[in-house]
Ligand binder design. Structure first.
Ligand SMILES: *Cc1c(COP(=O)(O)O)cnc(C)c1O
Length: 218
């Protein structure tokens, strides 16, 4: 099974980087995948998953949660403010905080609920106009803003531009995290997670290497 081979590659990458076994969390990105593929990874004992759309996740995960509790579910796609309530009810971590209005909404929901998912701030390391995330030069200020709202900021997340060598983006993200005293680094996907581990990732988000190519939407 490709889940086993990804796990083996991740353990080897940790070892090559001189990092303790199990120090990097594997987030299995199940978006758009057929249920049977996800269930086989659940059956193998894996319990950490990522989804990029609130609505799609709402349709799938309540049932799996009931059957495979405890699970950890990460939101890794953009979050519209009007879906924030649904997101905090469903997800254990939100990796895509990137703007003040969403921060204040999440802080208000956290107050109301007395609990908040773990928060990662998305940084647009390639400054791509079509991509979500706070710009690198605005990251320090935004991290401070989120902390001032008492949000539990665990770390930073990035999605490097597809055409770029990802390493400089991973280094940039690690530098911003280090100077802000943030331990969490969500970086690395199917094509580049070993590089991300070498550069300090604490969470890698791997979809197609585990589950196979996502079927084309109809
Ligand atoms: C889809 C997705 C992934 C996983 O991508 P693969 O190339 O299938 O590993 C990781 N991160 C984010 C934000 C995604 O949207």
């Amino acid at each position: 099974m490709s889940f086993d081979s990804v796990t083996a590659r991740l353990r080897a990458a940790e070892e090559n980087a001189g990092r303790p076994t199990g120090s990097v969390q594997l987030i299995a990105v199940s978006k758009e995948q057929p249920a049977g593929r996800v269930e086989s990874v659940l059956a193998a004992g894996h319990r950490v998953f990522g989804e990029n759309r609130v609505q799609e996740a709402q349709g799938k995960w309540p049932d799996w949660r009931a059957r495979f509790d405890p699970l950890t579910l990460h939101l890794i796609g953009p979050l519209q403010t009007n879906k924030a309530r649904a997101a905090v009810e469903l997800f254990d971590a939100i990796q895509t905080l990137d703007r003040p209005r969403l921060a204040t909404t999440l802080a208000r929901l956290a107050q109301e609920r007395g609990a908040c998912p773990e928060i990662f701030i998305q940084v647009n390391t390639g400054a791509e106009s079509q991509k979500a995330g706070v710009l690198p030069e605005a990251a320090d200020g935004f991290i401070a803003e989120a902390r001032a709202l008492d949000l539990p900021v665990a770390g930073l997340m990035c999605i490097p531009p597809v055409a770029d060598d990802p390493a400089p983006h991973f280094r940039l993200l690690a530098g911003i995290a280090a100077r802000n005293g943030l331990a969490g680094l969500s970086m690395g996907m199917s094509e580049d997670f070993e590089t991300a581990v070498a550069l300090g990732a604490t969470h890698v988000r791997v979809g197609s290497a585990i589950f196979g190519a996502r079927p084309k939407p109809e």
